[in-house]
Design a protein around this ligand. Sequence first.
Ligand code: 86X
Length: 645
Amino acid sequence: MGAELAADEGRNAAALAACRTLAEELTELQFPAPRILAFKEGSSESRYFVSRLIPAHKDPPYKQEANFHSSKHLTTEQWTKLKSSFVHFDDPSFCEWIRNLKVVPPEKRRSCRRWDLNIDLLGVIEVDDMAGVEQRQNKSGGGKYFFCSGGKKKEVKKETGLGLSFTKDENFGEWYSEVVVNGEMIEYYDISGCYILRPWAISIWEIMQTFFDAEIKKMKVKNCYFPLFVSPGVLQKEKDHIEGFAPEVAWVTKSGESELEVPIAIRPTSETVMYPYYSKWIRGHRDLPLKLNQWCNVVRWEFSNPTPFIRSREFLWQEGHTAFATKEEADTEVLQILELYRCIYEEFLAIPVTKGRKSELETFAGGLYTTSVEAFIPNTGRGIQGATSHCLGQNFAKMFEINFENEKGEKGMVWQNSWAYSTRTIGVMVMVHGDDKGLVLPPKVAALQLIVIPVPYKDADTQGIFDACVATVATLSDAGIRAEADLRDNYSPGWKYSNWEMKGVPLRIEIGPRDLANNQVRAVRRDNGAKTDISRVFLVEQVKGMLDKIQQNLFDVAKQKRDACVEVLKTWEEFVTALGQKKLILAPWCDEEDVEKDVKARTKGDMGAAKSLCTPFEQPELPEGTKCFASGKPAKKWTYWGRSY
Ligand code: 86X
């Protein structure tokens, strides 16, 4: 499109019309769709357009009110009805939509073609930023237009189209969306809540998968694959467990143009798919334990705020489903798996987690007890469940008649577990380690641990430098380090630095004329920016040492930040204050379900209610006579509380 428009240069009206068509095409699948009303020529490198702004579900209430005055006069009921009448009411907000257009970003500012519609330069349209934005009343529709005038300020902000337009501290949500896209992990897709996982994300997933898969195989778990589709009869079989989830189940109702006689569900999880066959395959004690795992996708049609990796409508996971003759064996496995999950978070992703048990209210319906690893996102003050390992007891065995005969010929029911972790792990990693320059990948999961960049000055021995880069990569690769050289000749070293920083590569090696002369290289750490000159004689040991240090440092810094958010408290007043300060709260609790419901009700609001996150296995001392922070009854345990994802 950019090339076509460039050819059109000079034919102003035609090019404007082309821009408009393009923008309208791009918005066709969006609902609510921002309607482009006119394109305007700005300075030589800026274009802006007038658009009708429709409030987006994702916007906070004050913004919705500001952008859509009539909403003030709607009752809550009318408002809810209006919102739910949108097919994709949770589509990205207007701001996000504009950024997502990403139309032909110029490679370099100087070569920026007149007609390249560069959305980075279109940063002038910033609904958040009311300065430089005029509001105009639309006579015909009564809706509000945002008309951008001038906008010089933002135009110069980004020279290369690299870099982020939000900081992690100022606007965490927008920062996150931008980082996962610019870091090349995610591409947005035209179905809300569904995302394209690009190689940069999948390679992280595969590294974790390789570890976990090998570990469960040591535990004699076998991989298998069950179908994606579930017949309605089977899905309904375990009613109690399905009931609350029913609205999230996606259905296939047609093949081609004809309605299916019986609609087919898409698995949201595979209990009902797998357990009828457990019943068939398990006859006697020799068939036990049965330990199966599958790596697959699942679909849950969620309606609340979709977020790449963290809450998407389709995601990848492993789900393990095991059956034992005794509860003791099941109990042991629950904790073995939980330890593997801790390992994935702490040792691979460098994210501190808390192992613990979920409250009654948070336990998987149909299970006996649920254990989890819980992480925390300091910027939003939210806890996030990292992975779960459930003991299902004999509930499913009853429902699906999974019985066996023991050595003495007596009938018994199996004890079951199920456990899962998903691509959410990657989202937590981005949120915890990412910074204002982009992604920060822990070396253990980075597809590329090290990038070598030649820095040839004007009269330097360019070939010599390039050769040194290639040789450096060869040496490091032979030593098992994931390294590559960026020898592209159409980008400057500075551009490459920013690019690989955005992608989060843990270590950068620069080789310039001075390095060549001294038989050394310069290493720059992504986590703290520290620069070290390394002699090529000790290259491998030094680099290995640095990668280990980066891995450790990421964990230490993340732990320090999380620990700084922990607030140990004992009263309701302290609880409310701490919640307002985005704390991770550890409080003594009576462990009663009604009290947790009450905590939820009393903390309801725009930001979402507080809930229990887990009761940590590692319990501080609980002095005799300690009272529950919420009910004043005798406390039974210390439990983590907070808002959560
Ligand atoms: C809960 C429980 C469990 C196997 C795990 O956490 C580990 C792996 N499954 C999953 N859960 C549901 O059962 C569920 C069911 C339906 Cl029908 C749904 F639409 C959404 C669900 N979400 C979670």
